[in-house]
Design a protein around this ligand. Structure first.
Ligand code: AMP
Ligand code: MG
Length: 325
C-alpha cells in the first residue's frame, strides 16, 4: 500500500536549460546555500580531527538497504568489470566501518548514493535517485558523542548562515521562518512515537508536529546498527527536521563476529557479499565505531524551504525522470 506521503503531487523540478530567469535566480540562491553548508560542515569535521576521504562509486560490496522500512528500491545496479561483479554505491557504510577500524579512526566522505527509487516517489518531494551524504564515522565514539557533534555542527551552520546569507534567505522567503535551533535537541524513542502515531505514521507525525530538529532512537534496521540482544533495543538515531522529516541516520555499530553473522542470516542477506567485514570481525580487526550520514539535499532543502529536494540539485534526479544531463 502506498503511504499518504507517496500520493501527494508536487511540481517536478526542471533541468537547468528549461528554467525561466526568476527560476534561475532561485536556483543560484539555493546553490550558494549549498556551498555555504558544505563549507561549514566540512570545516567543523576537519576542525574536530576527522580525515576527509574521497568517495568510490563501484564496489563489490555496498549497503544492503535491507531491512529498512523506508527503503523502496526499484532496481539495483550491478555490472561486471574485469570479470567481477560490482555494484554502484548505495551508501559507503561498509567502507566506513573498514576505514575507521584501520587507517582512519575519524573520517568523513561526501559520498555518492545511487538508489533507484520507485517512480511513484517522484511526488513525495523527499526522494531523488542520486544524492550525496556527508557520511562520517569515529572509532570508539558513543551515540551521545555523535549526537553532540551533529547538534553543534547544525546549530553553528544555521546561526552563521542566518547572518551571512540574509540576501539569499530573503529571496527564498526563509529569512523569518528559518529558526536557529538550540541544542540539546529532544530525543524520542521510536516505540513512544509508534504508540502515538501508529507504526506507519510516526515519521510523518513527528515531522509535522515538531518545530525544532529532534532525534528518534531505537529503530530496527540493517545488521550493522548495534542491537542489544538482551533488551531488543537498537542503539541508533535519526535526526528529523520540522516538516521535512528524516535528514540523518546513524548508529553505534556492531563489531562482533557472532552478532553480525547472526543478523545477516536473520535478514536473509547473502553472506558472500559481506565476506570482508565478516572476516575482519572474526579476526577481531573490526573496531567499535559510531557515526551517521547527513543527506545534503534534504538538509539544504529544509534551509532553503524547497517543495522538492531535487530543487537543490543542479541536475535533478527525480524518480521516474531521466534528463539528458
Ligand atoms: P539512509 O541510509 O537511508 O538512512 O539515508 C541516510 C540519509 O540520506 C537520510 O537520512 C536522508 O537524508 C538521505 N536520503 C536517503 N534516501 C534519500 C533519497 N532517496 N533522496 C534524498 N535523500 C535521501
Ligand atoms: Mg535512514
Amino acid at each position: 500500500m502506498k503511504s499518504k506521503q507517496e500520493t501527494i503531487q508536487i511540481e517536478i523540478p526542471k533541468p537547468l536549460d528549461q528554467l525561466s530567469p526568476s527560476e534561475i535566480e532561485r536556483k543560484a540562491c539555493i546553490g550558494k546555500i549549498m556551498t555555504y553548508t558544505l563549507k561549514s560542515l566540512t570545516s567543523t569535521f576537519v576542525d574536530q580531527g576527522f580525515q576527509w576521504l574521497l568517495p568510490v562509486a563501484l564496489s563489490q560490496c555496498t549497503d544492503p538497504l535491507w531491512p529498512d522500512p523506508g527503503a523502496s528500491i526499484d532496481k539495483r545496479i550491478e555490472v561486471d568489470i574485469y570479470g567481477k561483479p560490482v555494484r554502484t554505491t548505495a551508501s559507503m557504510i561498509i567502507h566506513k566501518l573498514v576505514a575507521a577500524s584501520t587507517a582512519y579512526p575519524k573520517l568523513f566522505i561526501l559520498s555518492p548514493n545511487i538508489r533507484i527509487e520507485k517512480a511513484e516517489r517522484a511526488g513525495t518531494g523527499k526522494h531523488i535517485y542520486e544524492f550525496t551524504q556527508l557520511d562520517f564515522e569515529a572509532r570508539d565514539a558513543t551515540s551521545k558523542d555523535i549526537i553532540t557533534l551533529v547538534e553543534d555542527a547544525i546549530c553553528t551552520l544555521i546561526k552563521d548562515l542566518k547572518l551571512d546569507m540574509k540576501g539569499e534567505l530573503t529571496t527564498l522567503c526563509r529569512c523569518d521562518t528559518l529558526k536557529a535551533p538550540k541544542a540539546p535537541f529532544k530525543i524520542y524513542d521510536r516505540v513512544e512515537l509508534e504508540a502515538k502515531y501508529g507504526a506507519d505514521g510516526w515519521e510523518a507525525g513527528i515531522a509535522k508536529e515538531t518545530t525544532q530538529p529532534v532525534w528518534v532512537t531505537n529503530i530496527p534496521r540493517e545488521f550493522y546498527d548495534y542491537e542489544d540482544f538482551k533488551t531488543g533495543k537498537w542503539d541508533n538515531y535519526d535526526l528529523f527536521l520540522p516538516q521535512y522529516g528524516e535528514v540523518l541516520s546513524g548508529a553505534k555499530r556492531e563489531w562482533e563476529y557472532a552478532k553480525i553473522s547472526k543478523k545477516i542470516e536473520r535478514d536473509q542477506i547473502k553472506k558472500e557479499n559481506y565476506a570482508l567485514v565478516l572476516k575482519m570481525a572474526k579476526e577481531g580487526r573490526l573496531k567499535p565505531t559510531a557515526g551517521g550520514g547527513i543527506g545534503m539535499e534534504r538538509l539544504v532543502g529544509w534551509i532553503a524551504g524547497v517543495k522538492h529536494v531535487a530543487e537543490t540539485q543542479p541536475f535533478p534526479r527525480v524518480p521516474g525522470t531521466v534528463n539528458e544531463l
